[in-house]
Design a protein around this ligand. Sequence first.
Ligand code: KG4
Ligand code: ZN
Length: 334
Amino acid sequence: MKINILAIESSCDETSASVISDGKILNNIVATQSVHEKYGGVVPELASRAHQQHLVPVIKEAILSSGVPKSELSAVAFTKGPGLMGSLLVGVSFAKSFAYALGVPIIDVNHMQAHILAHFIEDPKPSFPFICLTVSGGHTQLVLVKDYLEMEIIGETMDDAVGEAFDKTAKLLGLPYPGGPLIDKFAKQGNPKVFGFPISDMSGLNFSFSGIKTAVLYFLRDNIKENPGFIEQNLNDICASVQFTLISMLTQKLKKAAKEYKIKEIAIAGGVSANSGLRTELHDLAEKFGWNIFIPKFEYCTDNAAMIAMAAHYKYLKGEFCGLDVVPEARLKF
Ligand code: KG4
Ligand code: ZN
């Protein structure tokens, strides 16, 4: 019989379900929560409630469209963490009861590992060892990937995540949440050299993104005082300049990691890897340093259950299941 796994993702503000059969993703159903837009960030309590509303229809659609009957599911997988506790609880609780009713095992998946394993959904796939720059709304990590489930964090942010820096800048500019895609859009029409922002340099391979948020805040406050129409008149150039600074901070450490570990297989993962400026810069670096680069498809960059399913497949092959007493962990590490 085939290994068929239903996977559920509910760590933040995306409710998603996917069915994987013998390592092949059959679908990836995602319901995005628009309820947070007007608040400038994810409101945890609203996210959990929206997950409760979306979860059953999303799972139903995933199972029906996969053509795999419930009775042929081999396991149910879910995101154990890291993420928002209330949101995680919705997915974990459903996975437990569904698996118990079907009499199949459950598989707990680390969300950050799953972002990296999204690279194994489609060809071309990186070969081990490779370095992955994982950039999302909650994390910024440089990871040395030695095998499917063997990963080591070699650098990470000491404060804000880079996605947070994008979102907080967008909020200061009066743009709705999530601001990253909008900054990306306006940056395309702007000049990145018009405004200068400080590039923080942490020791080793670590990052810091809280300084730029404060720098943007004071920069806007001072300029608006002199010209109330400053943001409207310069939106594209402000976005391009901030984006350029954030990307420089990321690639500076990525280059350092590649050199230190003598690795030329380089991947990016997580929501911010959808950024077109980062993608272009990575292509340039690949040419310059002879890197083999791996950039996931847009739908596998932001939160999705296909990546959870992929991770679950490898855990199933190793017999790594968990008990029904498993609990979510908001700050789960590798
Ligand atoms: O991985 P993800 O979907 O969720 C987390 O696990 O956090 O990442 C969401 C983050 C948000 O901060 C969002 O603004 C950012 O990814 N993002 C982008 C782009 N698309 C999504 N940031 C910059 N440029 C983009 N095109
Ligand atoms: Zn994520």
